[in-house]
Design a protein around this ligand. Structure first.
Ligand code: PGA
Length: 239
């Protein structure tokens, strides 16, 4: 299975011009066969070039709502994303769970809606530092994956991203050994055809280990995806 590398720009960059420049810089340095998904904020989805010219980059969004349309102020539907040329959507990111109160039930509804609209899903799962410290990691991962994928029968378009919350944006990346253990837990719920990615302080100096030592099928990259040279190194290390 070809590794999938996903750039999660989060709420960055601040201007349209910066988004275009960042996108161009990534596109220019990309190895020909790489499969790379760039997930900008909603506002830049329509202005970054993949829509006009794919060039090896695939467009993804960072969230979507689970209703088709109507009186849901501030929300964006899966169908709208699809119409714009978006192919992937991140669902269940720990920042959505933490700051926007997304529960496993909400995440499950979003996953179903996104799949129904023909989007591929990057479904994020991960334990917090406290959960890890009290030995609940396995239990938490099992609960999140089970509930998130409840009544989802077609896992073909699902990519699971193992993202330990304590490793996100902290520089404290999870070891390859521990990542492998978590991937093994998650693998029991999805077949070998479903990619399991790793995310959490991925940098070019640790990225290759997740693919080769931990057995991850790709990477979800936050902070480092805003630096094109570093991001391209990460993409190359995953090949
Ligand atoms: P990070 O973020 O690479 O900055 O740790 C990863 C993510 O939140 O997806």
């Amino acid at each position: 299975m070809k590794p999938l590398v996903v750039a999660n720009w989060k709420m960055n960059p601040a201007s349209k011009k910066e988004a275009e420049d960042l996108f161009e810089a990534i596109k220019k340095g990309l190895p020909a066969q790489a499969e790379v998904v760039v997930c900008p904020p909603f506002t830049w989805l329509a202005v970054v070039p993949p829509q006009r010219d794919g060039g090896g980059l695939i467009l993804g969004a960072q969230n979507c709502f689970y209703e088709d349309g109507g009186a849901f102020t501030g929300e964006v539907s899966a169908e709208m994303l699809k119409d714009l040329g978006v192919q992937y959507v991140i669902i269940g990111h720990s920042e959505r769970r933490k700051y926007f109160g997304e529960t496993d039930e909400v995440i499950n509804k979003k996953i179903k809606k996104a799949l129904g609209a023909g989007l591929k899903v990057i479904f994020c799962i991960g334990e917090t530092e406290d959960e890890r410290n009290v030995g609940k990691k396995k239990e938490v991962l099992e609960k999140q994956v089970k509930k998130g994928l409840e009544d989802v029968d077609n896992l073909e378009n699902i990519n699971v991203a193992y993202e330990p919350v304590w490793a996100i944006g902290t520089g404290n990346n999870c070891s390859a050994e521990e990542t492998k253990e978590s991937i093994d837990v998650l693998r029991k719920f999805v077949s070998e055809n479903t990619r399991i990615l790793y995310g959490g302080s991925v940098k070019s100096k640790n990225s290759g280990d997740y693919i080769r030592k931990a057995g991850a099928n790709g990477l979800l990259v936050g902070g480092a995806s805003l630096n094109p040279e570093e991001f391209i190194k990460i993409v190359k290390s995953a090949e």
